[in-house]
Design a protein around this ligand. Structure first.
Ligand code: ADP
Ligand code: MG
Length: 368
């Protein structure tokens, strides 16, 4: 079942700045502005919001200050346009055209090309834990349509023969992508992270210095700090209790991406829970012991892809990967109710609720 509610909720304390502190209120003092000018002045802490349904989820955007209203309207349009390119289920999207034309090169939008190129590179760096060509398997399990089924092993093996993102042929000069026959793409593991990067850049270019972009709970990007200058507070969903939080993070200018087995799943007739994150090795839901993987980074595309990859890789491989890369932070929750937190984010993270007293390992760059 796909949660339409936010999986992360923002605990941001949106207290307005004291009126005297804001430049806008200074400008509206009688000596500096006429009465009508004062009325049209937008305060630096004025909040604007927008909601969009895109990428199969509800997204909540908040931005502050004089540039926010117009920038959010543009952001809504941008999200809708990206969804129209990346959706595997919308007819005529770049991804649908690619999936329908496997075997032939297809000209795609520059953004689609760039996203596929980066996702393929990230997949290679994770040794295939992230693989955007798993779509035939996702369909066999019924995740896109929610008509769930447990495919037999022969079906899984036959479909796995077409899973390997390193076989995608990318021609940058021609902006074409060619999938081998039988291969199909699904950018669901990276699209929201990429969209967050695009929106944050657009908002900053428009002059917005404070914004909170909740792209469906599993990707949350914060731009700058809160309007009062303090850090944003982002809550992590408890993977075993949808009404609770497992922790809180204090952040500025960052993106938080979480992959959880609780986001979309079904319980089979065998009583087993099957979730939407698949292991490209087995073609079945990933069973690494990690039940929630959160990545904190500056690059949303990488964070989104890595949250999925780390869910597949499990604790040991995630730690090894992180030590080699050193350009993101992580919080892993295991089925043994343990927390693993990388050292760069440990001071900003507070375990909460059922995890307040859970065993917590701060993972350091140096082994030992
Ligand atoms: P969500 O989209 O729910 O926020 P993720 O970012 O982890 O969660 O993406 C999961 C989606 O990515 C799945 O719904 C499926 O479409 C696709 N997917 C599942 N497993 C993998 C994988 N190992 N590599 C790449 N994509 C995957
Ligand atoms: Mg992801």
């Amino acid at each position: 079942m796909k949660r339409t509610l936010s999986l992360f909720l923002c605990l941001c304390l949106l207290t307005a700045c004291a009126a005297g502190d804001s430049p806008a209120s200074d400008a509206s003092t009688p000596t500096e502005a006429t009465e009508s000018a004062a009325n049209t002045e937008v305060a630096a802490d004025a909040e604007f919001t927008a909601q969009v349904f895109a990428m199969d989820t509800y997204m909540d955007l908040k931005a502050y200050g004089p540039a926010a209203e117009a920038a959010l309207a543009a952001a809504q349009e941008r999200l809708t346009a990206l969804d129209a390119l990346f959706s595997a289920t919308t007819e005529g999207s770049d991804v649908s055209r690619l999936n329908a034309a496997a075997g032939e090169p297809v000209t795609v939008d520059a953004e689609t090309f760039s996203l596929i190129q980066q996702a393929v590179a990230l997949g290679a760096s994770t040794d295939g834990a992230l693989d955007i060509t798993l779509y035939p398997l996702s369909k066999a399990w019924g995740f896109p349509t929610q008509e769930y089924a447990i495919p037999d092993e022969a079906t899984i093996q036959a479909l796995l023969a077409h899973v390997d993102s390193s076989q995608i042929v990318l021609d940058e000069a021609a902006s074409t992508v060619q999938l081998p026959e039988g291969m199909e793409l699904d950018l669901g593991a990276v699209a929201k992270g990429y969209a967050g990067d695009v929106l944050a850049a657009d908002l900053k270019a428009a002059g917005v210095t404070s914004a909170l972009l909740n792209l469906g709970g599993s990707t949350i990007r914060v731009v700058g700090s809160k309007p009062d200058g303090s850090e944003w507070r982002i809550a992590l969903q408890d993977p075993e209790d949808e009404s609770a939080y497992a922790g809180g993070l204090a952040l500025t200018d960052a993106v938080v991406d979480t992959s959880g087995g609780y986001e979309r799943y079904f319980v089979g007739e065998d009583g087993v829970t099957y979730w939407h994150i698949l292991d490209p090795e087995t073609g079945a839901p990933a069973r690494s012991g990690v039940i929630s993987a959160t990545i904190i980074s500056e690059n949303g595309l990488a964070g989104d892809g890595l949250s999925t990859a780390c869910f597949v890789m499990g604790v040991e491989d995630t730690i090894a990967y992180w030590r080699a890369q050193q350009d993101f932070e992580f919080i892993l929750i295991t089925d043994a109710h343990e927390l693993y937190v990388s050292e760069g984010i440990a001071d900003s993270f507070e375990p909460l609720g059922n995890y307040a007293d859970a065993p917590l390992t701060v993972v350091t760059y140096e082994e030992g």
